[in-house]
Ligand binder design. Structure first.
Ligand SMILES: [Zn+2]
Length: 322
């Protein structure tokens, strides 16, 4: 039974590097109001928190503050979720050791918490998306970078300072390509959409037999997937290589967390049907035997995963036993 009357709402805010989204949601996952705008990424924390307050006012228009159990904001990490402090957000200058929850909480009439965006998306898929009904889930987002979140034994795996699940920084190639984090050979430096696109641009240059060669300089991930669907050999090789790299990451995640299910979201999951076979083949060949049949599914909530997950977490924070 729900611990809250059905008219109670939680607010979710997804602070991303390019988009800022807010929503008001019921405990059954119904979004009753939402709003979004571009993130003023170079504007600094004061400007961005002002924009968040503006969006919150929009989505709570006509709703009594008493009906709102709380607000949770998600952002790229690393951040100290326990204390509501952004430690360092590479895409958002100025959020260094910045107390997001405390500063925002002083401006709003309800409790405010902060959460890693990968964990928020994992919770969204677990509660309302592709992972409904399981107790163990690994969520992996593959877009500009790679992030994630883990549900283990029916609860969110937080780790020290709420920082568990930075799966993009697993090392898969010691001494390999440099990752945006500064280390060499991270999963993100090979499997992200950014890395995939960079490989495509490099490979397409001078390959006249490929339809990609004419657009090598401006190539995007979706161009590679479209060309692969049309039978372009180079594009098909690039997609197969990407699927194998994602398989390498998923293999480690299966062995580390023993999930019932792996859910893949983010921009590259739009081409999940083209990647799934290659990921599956790698797992079937290379994972330990009892892990080979674990299902891998595409995320269901798309761009809404951040606001849905944070709103779900705001309910959980307001009623930890609920
Ligand atoms: Zn890294």
């Amino acid at each position: 039974m729900s611990p809250f009357p059905s008219d109670r709402l939680a607010l979710g805010v997804d602070l991303g590097g390019t988009r800022l989204r807010a929503a008001a949601m019921t405990q059954t996952g119904e979004i009753v109001a939402s709003a979004e705008m571009p993130t003023a990424a170079q504007g600094g924390p004061e400007r961005i928190l002002g924009d968040i307050v503006g969006l919150v006012k929009t989505v709570t228009d006509g709703i009594s503050a008493d009906a709102i159990v709380g607000l949770c904001v998600c952002a790229p990490g690393p951040l100290d979720a326990r204390n509501g402090i952004a430690l360092h957000i590479p895409t958002l200058p100025g959020f260094d050791d910045f107390p997001v929850a405390a500063v925002l909480g002083a401006k709003l009439p309800f409790p405010v918490s902060l959460e890693n965006d990968g964990i928020a998306a994992a919770v969204a898929e677990w509660r309302y998306g592709a992972g409904r009904g399981v107790d163990n889930l690994v969520y992996m987002t593959v877009s500009t970078g790679i992030g994630g979140g883990v549900i283990a034994d029916g609860r969110v795996l937080y780790g020290r300072m709420g920082m568990a699940g930075h799966i993009g920084h697993m090392s898969i190639r010691p001494d390999g390509n440099i990752c945006p984090c500064g280390n060499a050979g991270c999963f993100e430096a090979y499997g992200s959409g950014t890395a995939f696109t960079a490989r495509g641009r490099k490979a397409a240059a001078g390959r006249r037999e490929s339809s990609l060669s004419g657009i090598a300089d401006i190539l995007h991930a979706r161009d590679i997937f479209t060309a692969a669907k049309d039978g372009d050999g180079l594009a098909r090789d690039l997609v197969a290589e990407e699927a194998e790299i994602l398989g390498q990451g998923v293999r480690s995640l299966l062995h580390l967390y023993s999930p019932d299910l792996v859910v893949i979201g983010g921009g590259l999951s739009n081409a999940f049907d083209q990647l799934e076979g290659g990921i599956r083949a790698y797992i079937s060949a290379r994972a330990l035997l009892p892990f080979r049949e674990i299902p891998i599914r595409r995320a269901e909530l798309g761009d809404l995963s951040g606001v849905v997950g944070t709103a779900a977490l705001a309910f959980a924070h307001a009623h930890p036993e609920g």
